[in-house]
Design a protein around this ligand. Structure first.
Ligand code: FAD
Length: 505
């Protein structure tokens, strides 16, 4: 039996441990999985919003949804509301929603094209024309129904959860399933012939066959194996710091079932509602605003009405490893790469990285073929994600600060995206436009929400009859009626889920 040593006990370390232990050790034990976690170095403790596919991870790990939600003070997430990413329009704050579903109610023309041809952009936001989640949030509903089973709902959904409690929950589950938890601080890494032999700790040395570097931004193990292995994205994504504030909810507040991302003077602020508190933070470019001014701007934005529990200043290293797997060590989590959390992709990249590592490790003969394949894919995923995040900035027309005046030029560092923007003024953005890319989660539907939310509209030069258009949007309306009838009020759903732990109002 081989030994797999995972160094780091944040979300990355424990998600990797539980996943790899289940993958390799169900009936036959292939690996002894150990997690070596420093009792003295904390986890980053942010990372509270997920994308919808995290349900597949939790489900595959055999975790009960109700237990997971109760243990992590979780709420449901239907998508992200973007505010102020363009100038106000006719005195109104610019706003669009990026939901987790896109409906295709049938017909010979797709609903997105029909939305343009039917001239609906003067009546509603694009997302309201094609997504059920957009309407659920208006009604205060979430996608779960009274009889929805584990991880199922009327439409896809994710969660807002407490990152520290998630790591604790996953640790308990992983240990119950046979993962060994070692509390020790790594002080040195013993390397020979490009491979790690052991990690030295204050509790002795731990030898292993394969190592995972889950030490966060430090990248303690991978840095020992290969220097000059980091590709920075700072040229196109300049936000390099964050200030996070947790605050109590004012009495009587019902948590929102969506994340809010509001553009501020030199970056943007997130607001994420859990059942017991709201997590918020300002992701900013420290070349344009100081940490003190950023904290002040965030406090002004949040207003005085709620008690602050905690304020933390964080450095962010934005970019990715050129090689995520070097020798007998792979990096998972912040040590492998990080892109600002605008689309809540941190946990998703861990899910992706660890599931792909399992399939590659399973056939690895040491020749390097699978290592190279893994590295190529991980780098491709980060590059794709970088372009998707840049899309949010480069379409802005804000000119009220240096940060926003510089935003359109960020596309210059993204050749693929730059080549597509003129195309998407002439035609609908569609799946085939992504041929050859590494789009792992954000595909054409997601691009359309951002493109059309930011009013980068195509000029379609064809007509449809009133009847054809009516047919499509009537079928969409029927979907909405069914979704409303089959789903619960978000607050009521949370009351039931958290009944034993928290009283909401
Ligand atoms: P960490 O949490 O930093 O854990 C590192 C671990 O390594 C710790 O256990 C520490 O004890 C251990 N360690 C370090 N050095 C040693 C040593 N010498 N010996 C032993 N152990 C050691 N992701 C999302 O999915 N959604 C979000 O909304 C989101 N928001 C974010 C907001 C911000 C501002 C930032 C910076 C990140 C955000 N992320 C988000 C990303 C998310 O926080 C991370 O992807 C996730 O928490 C994984 O972190 P990690 O486990 O890699 O690192």
């Amino acid at each position: 039996m081989k030994t797999l040593n995972i160094v780091g006990g944040g979300s990355a370390g424990w998600m990797a441990a539980i996943y790899l232990n289940r993958y390799f050790n169900r009936e036959v034990k292939n690996f002894q999985v150990n997690v070596i976690e420093s009792p003295d170095i904390g986890i980053i403790g942010v990372g509270e919003a997920t994308v919808h596919s995290i349900r597949f991870f939790f489900g595959a790990m055999g975790l009960d949804e109700a237990e997971l939600m109760a243990e992590t003070n979780a709420t449901i997430k239907s998508g992200i509301m973007f505010r102020n990413w363009k100038k106000p329009i006719a005195g109104q704050t610019h706003e669009y929603f990026h939901p987790f579903d896109q409906q295709q109610p049938g017909g010979s023309v797709d609903i997105s094209s029909a939305w343009f041809v039917g001239g609906r952009k003067s009546q509603e936001r694009y997302d309201e024309g094609v997504s059920v989640n957009s309407h659920l949030i208006k009604w205060g509903h979430c996608p779960k129904g009274a009889s929805s089973s584990n991880y199922q709902g009327a439409v896809p959904y994710g969660y807002h959860l407490d990152a520290t409690l998630l790591a604790r929950f996953l640790r308990r589950k992983a240990v119950e399933q046979g993962v060994r938890h070692i509390e020790a601080t790594v002080t040195d890494v013993e390397v020979a012939a490009g491979k790690i032999l052991s990690v030295q700790t204050d509790q002795g040395a731990f030898a292993g066959d394969f190592f995972l570097d889950c030490t966060g931004f430090r990248g303690l193990l991978l840095e020992k194996l290969q220097s000059d292995n980091w590709e920075s994205f700072a040229d196109v994504l300049p936000c390099d710091k964050a200030v996070a504030i947790q605050r109590e909810f004012p009495m009587g507040t019902n948590p929102r079932s969506y994340t809010v991302a509001t553009a501020l003077s030199s970056g943007w602020a997130w607001q994420i509602d859990l059942v017991n508190r709201q997590g918020s933070g300002y992701v900013y470019d420290s070349g344009r605003i100081s940490p003190e001014d950023a904290e002040r701007e965030l406090r002004d934005f949040l207003g005085p009405e709620a008690g602050v529990l905690k304020c933390t200043h964080l450095d962010m290293k934005v970019g990715c490893r050129r090689n995520t797997w070097v020798g007998n060590c792979a990096a998972i989590g912040l040590s492998s790469g990080f892109i600002e959390p605008l689309e809540s992709t941190g946990l998703h990249m861990i899910h992706l990285g660890v599931s792909l590592l399992a399939t590659h490790l399973a056939g690895d003969d040491g020749s390097g073929v699978l290592r190279d394949s893994y590295n190529e894919k991980m780098r491709g995923f980060y590059q794709d994600l970088k372009q998707f995040i840049v899309l949010h900035y480069c379409l802005s027309d804000r000119d009220d600060s240096e940060f926003w005046r510089a935003a359109p030029a960020t596309v210059e560092g993204c050749a693929w995206l730059k080549s597509k923007l003129p195309l998407w003024k002439r035609k609908i953005c569609e799946y085939q436009d992504f041929a050859g890319s590494y789009a792992s989660i954000f595909t054409d539907a997601n691009y359309r929400y951002v493109l059309y939310g930011m009013q980068h509209y195509p000029e379609l030069r064809f007509a449809m009859s009133e009847g054809e258009l009516e047919g499509i949007f009537q079928r969409f309306s029927q979907l909405l009626v069914r979704a409303k009838a089959g789903t619960l009020d978000h607050a009521q759903f949370l009351q039931a889920m958290h009944a034993k732990k928290v009283s909401l109002t």
